[in-house]
Design a protein around this ligand. Structure first.
Ligand code: PRX
Length: 643
């Protein structure tokens, strides 16, 4: 393999960086390696306000971790109240822009007031620590307010991405047994109103635990409200008080549950807790994004995903940053919307996904080139491996060759960034997340758990616990143990394949399980299959990820139909819409292929591996000895040639 290009940080960047040069990084890393508990104790004391100090930094009884045991803190207090006694009081916390063009600059003091008022409303309605609330909102400041108001009282929130369907929403509300749903009439995307309340109404027909459905009026369109259940946010605000202090909570008090796709059809609720999560996201905000007081930071992930939790809301606010929040699409009204925003708010740090970059590349350089992007000093990437062409364009066209790119590897389960360069320290290699954060001990192992030699591919695992790690799967501790801690005893199994090069740099290659990565969104093949077989015409379905130029992977479905006459063209369209309705528009399959049979093993298991190979390489060369009927794969391959 040829040596990749290496991009060391410029002297200018190093001079002003928080962590300077490889010596700076090594010192931190070695410190943490030597005595992790002392290291994390120092970080937690420095980065977080504690109402009561902890007694033990870590209680580790694999796979159960407790961090900062006995300590009491509150996330909302750390993101708001503690900034009000100093120069950040009147600093802008959120620069919001609605898709139609409205602007709101919300200071820390303003945000504090909004959160206290909304928390007082929740409290008055009897919602309290340990209860669950679902947040299903567009990208508006009130979504952040709702999250912080929950954390102020210890209510466990679960944000459901606004693109999820009523079905998906219902499953999450039911799994959590939520007592409140906080939503809006709708939001704007590509110039149109996307309604949210009708999906909530549909979901709530079968959610008896929900007492309150609070609706923020964002678009003002016609909205049906159900008596005794639905309440307008603005009506409740009239009863709000400004006396609602943050509740001191145990460090291990559950903070939020975020559902993500696993290897089965049922999404799993990843549970994160308070003190460790807050410590870790605050620290990585500074290490990875080299945050300075005067920076304007823009992470444009949706708050419905973990990136939105950790690096739109909790990390930036806890670190006292000014963050940009934009409601709409990157291409509305034209392909330069993001670059307009960077220019207008003089954004210094931009954090986005390879999918978004590839979509923008396709539109041409004239869009960014028409704007002054000179405020940018650092770029970030997350969600999937970044391919060299996307890296080069991001670096040259957006960063003008000046801005380091931090390629950050992490997961919903990890809570925060685990592998990424500290930009003033670590020379970059395009496509590599480079080196681990302090206190993390990754390894690449084979199926037996033996470490492989540098350069060889294997499973990425973590040998040590870290403060923002997943604590359990909501309601399913067995699945937690089985999925993350059983493959390689004593280590956290990421589900990713990776290799480590001679310099100790990590190169993540992708998932090793039946999880697809579509536009940086995690989607399980089984989830799509379950949705398909719910359709009356479908007998059986097998779903695989197919390489896609823009979205990384696309959903490709092989479907066998029940007996009867079918119009394949019409049914193909119907099934694509069906999946979008069952899961959400982002899961809409790119392709539906009808087939008389699916490749199976003799014991009847669908061999997705062969289908994956077929859609990737157009032929099947892999091991087919367990295949029951070879003619199935030959027929599928022949069909492929005709396409
Ligand atoms: O396969 C890895 C990929 O995304 C998965 C995690 O997805 P999710 O939980 O939705 O979180 C996404 C945002 C943190 C990982 O298992 N992934 C994430 N970041 C990278 C990545 N693959 C390669 N490089 C990355 N920087």
């Amino acid at each position: 393999m040829s040596q990749p290009d290496v991009f060391p940080p410029s002297e200018e960047f190093v001079r002003r960086a928080r962590v300077q040069g490889m010596e700076g990084y090594r010192a931190l890393y070695d410190d943490a390696l030597r005595d992790p508990e002392e290291f994390w104790g120092d970080v937690a004391r420095r980065e977080v306000h504690w109402f009561e100090p902890w007694k033990t930094v870590l209680d580790w009884q694999p796979p159960a971790a407790q961090w900062f045991v006995g300590g009491k803190t509150n996330v909302s207090y750390n993101c708001l109240d503690r900034h009000l006694d100093g120069p950040r009081k009147n600093k802008v916390a959120i620069q919001w822009e609605g898709e139609p063009g409205e602007q709101r600059a919300i200071t820390y003091l303003d945000l504090h007031r909004l959160v206290v008022r909304f928390a007082s409303v929740l409290k008055a309605r009897g919602h309290k620590a340990g209860d669950r609330a679902i947040i299903y909102m567009p990208m508006i400041p009130e979504a952040v307010v709702a999250m912080l108001a929950c954390t102020r009282l210890g209510i466990i929130h679960s944000v459901v991405f606004g693109g999820f369907s009523a079905e998906a929403l219902k499953a999450r509300i039911q799994d959590l047994g939520a007592a409140a749903v906080i939503t809006a009439d709708g939001g704007y995307r590509r110039g149109k109103e996307i309604k949210l309340k009708p999906a909530v109404d549909e979901a709530l027909e079968e959610c008896p635990t929900v007492r309150d459905c609070i609706v923020y009026r964002r678009t003002g369109s016609e909205t049906t409200m159900k008596d005794g259940r639905d309440l307008w946010w603005h009506d409740l605000d009239e009863t709000a008080t400004e006396d609602c202090p943050a509740v001191p909570l145990d460090s291990e008090h559950p903070l939020f549950v975020l559902y993500t796709s696993g290897t089965t059809g049922k999404p799993k609720g990843i549970l994160h807790t308070t003190g460790g999560y807050l410590t870790y996201v605050t620290a990585t905000m500074k290490w990875v994004f080299d945050l300075r007081e005067e920076d304007t930071f823009w992470c444009n992930a949706d708050i419905g995903w973990v990136t939105g939790h950790s690096y739109v809301v909790y990390g930036p606010l806890s670190a006292g940053a000014t963050g940009v929040l934009y409601e709409g699409a990157p291409d509305y009204p034209a392909f330069d919307r993001w670059w307009r925003i960077v220019e207008k708010y003089r954004v210094n740090i931009l954090y986005t996904s390879p999918t978004a970059i590839r979509a923008l590349i396709r539109q041409g350089e004239q869009w960014p080139n028409g704007h002054d992007l000179s405020s940018l000093r650092l770029l970030g990437s997350v969600g999937e491996p970044i391919n060299p062409a996307a890296w080069e364009w991001y670096h040259r066209v957006i960063g003008k060759g000046r801005c380091p790119i931090v390629d950050t590897w992490w997961q919903t389960e990890t809570g925060g960034i685990l592998i990424a360069p500290m930009p003033g320290a670590v020379p970059l290699k395009p496509g590599s997340g480079t080196l681990p954060m302090p206190g993390l001990l990754p390894a690449i192992v084979d199926i037996k758990g033996n470490e492989v030699v540098p350069g060889q591919e294997g499973f990425l695992i973590m040998r040590r616990p870290w403060p923002s790690m997943i604590r359990t799967i909501w309601g399913d501790p067995e699945r937690y143990k089985e999925q993350y801690w059983s493959q390689i005893p004593g280590a956290y199994f990421t589900g990713d394949a990776a290799r480590c090069d001679e310099d100790g740099y990590y190169w993540v290659l992708g998932r090793v399980d039946d999880v697809m990565n579509v536009s940086g969104h995690r989607l399980s093949t089984m989830e799509v299959e379950s949705a398909l077989v719910k359709h009356a015409a479908v007998a059986e379905a097998a779903v695989v990820g197919k390489p896609h130029e823009i979205t990384g992977q696309a959903v490709c479905c092989f479907v066998t139909l029940k007996k009867g006459a079918h119009d394949h063209t019409a049914l193909g369209k119907e099934l694509r819409n069906w999946v979008a309705h069952e899961i959400g528009a982002f899961a809409r399959p790119e392709e539906i292929r009808f087939t008389d049979a699916l490749p199976k093993t003799r014991s009847g298991k669908i061999m997705r591996r062969l289908l994956r190979e077929l859609v990737t390489n157009k032929t099947v060369a892999g091991d087919v000895t367990t295949l029951e009927d070879m003619s199935v794969i030959n027929t599928l391959a022949a069909q492929h040639d005709e396409d």
